[in-house]
Design a protein around this ligand. Structure first.
Ligand code: CO
Length: 210
């Protein structure tokens, strides 16, 4: 059997099991999705949003990219964000990084990697904001892991800088923003940062006409 054929076979088994456990499972989800959460995670294959949070189809709206970045010119991210906040009306947005992130590691490097240089630039900027703290850390591994935490924090703050979040905070007192880091060694998620409606953001990023 070819590797991809196993996926299709597993899919049939999964669908059968779901229907047997709960005969209305698929029919219920056909007509509506009303997830409470938007997940912005890393594309890394070892950090699957649903599996590590024990959630089912229909429970989490998911966006993933290299190193779970919130880049304010990324049309893909912004479309997902606007839809999740304004149409699905999610109550929580989770930015979830993970220790040992390859994207964060690569951002410490100086080797040109092509197109991805432009993406990694955003992570290099996070390093520049926190250079003093990172440079004082002893090992390469610890530097990367602290950068992962600080990157998650910066990406949560990037969400708060968008007009989409500021508008929802002002008129609807949601969503609550969470910065989490997943540990590949034991599968445990550590909350590292959070923001909610009314929290302080640097005034230069505040819009006054939303
Ligand atoms: Co990663």
């Amino acid at each position: 059997m070819k590797a991809y054929e196993k996926l299709l076979l597993e899919n049939k088994a999964w669908a059968k099991e779901k229907s047997e456990d709960d005969p209305d499972f698929f029919e219920r989800l056909v007509h509506v999705q009303s997830p409470e959460f938007l997940w912005i995670g890393c594309s890394d294959s070892r950090v699957p949003a649903n599996e590590i949070t024990g959630t089912n189809p229909g429970e989490i709206f998911v966006h993933r990219n290299i190193a779970n970045m919130v880049v304010h010119t990324d049309l893909n991210l912004l479309s997902v964000l606007q839809y999740a906040v304004e149409v699905l009306k999610v109550k929580h947005i989770i930015v979830c990084g993970h220790y040992g992130c390859g994207g964060v590691k690569a951002a410490f490097g100086h080797h040109s990697l092509g197109i991805i240089n432009k993406w990694l630039r955003n992570i290099k900027d996070v390093y520049r904001f926190h250079r003093e703290e990172i440079d004082a850390i002893d090992t390469e591994e610890h530097k990367v892991n602290r950068m992962v935490e600080l990157n998650v924090q910066e990406q949560v703050m990037n969400l708060a800088k968008t007009s989409i979040i500021q508008h929802a905070w002002k008129h609807d007192q949601r969503p609550h923003l969470h910065g989490w880091v997943y540990d590949l060694h034991d599968g445990i998620i550590k909350p590292v940062f959070e923001m909610e409606a009314g929290d302080h953001i640097d005034p230069i990023y505040e819009f006054d006409n939303l």
